[in-house]
Design a protein around this ligand. Structure first.
Ligand code: R5P
Length: 310
């Protein structure tokens, strides 16, 4: 087996290969003057089991194109099997026609990855589990839940703990972590009057006197979390923190979170963060490399991956 990386999250790829005790094979990703992408692979990949690590995070289109071109290069170099390891699968929020004459871009991206030549996909906390069905190749969708759960236990304990789903769509994810911690859950009734803005309508559940932890897959503008934190504190929560698998953190979200009422935001390193996020006093990162590397090892050995879901 060999592990290659695009440019989106080289530090995570390095941590994964360290866990696997393998060198990171070199994929040289270059740009022509007109910004077309060119990839050349240093190592021989003929007959090999290849894992290409690339999140389709900001700038999403460049990183997606890099992934597609890397897959194409490896396929044409006669790899035996290609697994696209996509810790953060961008475009996932466009998973249905939200109104007339709009695309289902998550499906289009799935088609592109398959057409480029991927034999399987390994990803983490897809925005919606059903996106697995957009692919006609096997998809392993890992959960950061076990990593998040142990961090909550260590840093917050379980006394007076309440896990909060910031919207109805996140209830299953929140309940999965809460059940294993023996904690109650509450739900935020969030509406989106228009894309990019969110409004808290109600809190379903009594949060008075509780340590509240919001669980979400993505933090993007931070609006969902900050709105929820404000509403929870107004309803009597003693403190509010948040755990999100993917720190998209666009357009000054880190600065807004620093000034918010959130005690802290904990994300994973599925997306490589700029220094200002790494330096932010109330943002902390958990490492997804042990989880991803165990899954890669199991796929390479043709072993079950589902043991990692517990
Ligand atoms: C929405 O369904 C997602 O799970 C997240 O809640 C959302 O993407 C967060 O976005 P923002 O941080 O911009 O409110």
């Amino acid at each position: 087996m060999k592990v290659l990386s695009g440019n989106s999250n080289r530090s995570l790829a390095e941590q994964i290969t360290r866990e696997l005790d393998l060198p990171l094979s070199n994929a040289n990703v270059k740009r022509f003057a007109d910004k077309e992408i060119f990839v050349s692979i240093d190592d021989n990949v003929r007959g090999k089991d290849i894992f290409i690590v690339q999140s389709t995070s900001f700038p999403a289109n460049d990183h997606l194109m890099e992934l597609l071109i890397c897959i194409d290069a490896v396929r044409r170099a006669s790899a035996k099997r290609i697994t696209a390891v996509i810790p953060y699968f961008g475009y996932a929020r466009q998973d249905r026609k939200s109104e007339g004459r709009t695309p289902i871009s998550a499906k289009l991206v799935a088609n592109m990855i398959t057409t480029a030549g991927a034999d399987r996909v390994l990803t983490m906390d897809l925005h919606a589990g059903q996106i697995q069905g957009f692919f006609d190749i096997p998809v392993d969708n890992l959960f950061a839940g076990p990593v998040i759960r142990e961090d909550i236990r260590k840093n917050y304990g379980t006394k007076d703990l309440m896990l909060i789903s910031p919207d109805v769509g996140g209830v299953v994810r929140t309940r999965g972590i809460a059940m294993r911690l023996g904690a109650d859950i509450a739900i935020v009734d969030k509406r989106r009057p228009k894309p990019g803005t969110s409004k808290v309508m109600n809190i379903i559940g009594d949060v008075t006197g509780r340590k509240c932890i919001l669980i979400d897959d993505i933090v993007d503008s931070g609006g969902t979390l900050m709105g929820a934190a404000e509403a929870l504190l107004a309803e009597g929560a003693t403190e509010v923190a948040a755990y999100c698998s993917h720190g998209v953190l666009s357009n000054g979200a880190a600065e807004r979170i620093a000034k918010s009422q959130l005690k802290e935001l904990v994300i994973t390193n599925s997306i490589e963060q700029p220094q200002k996020v790494l330096d932010a006093a109330n943002i902390r990162q958990l490492c997804a490399a042990p989880l991803l590397s165990k899954a890669i090892r199991r796929i390479a050995n043709e072993e079950s991956v589902s043991v990692l879901f517990e």
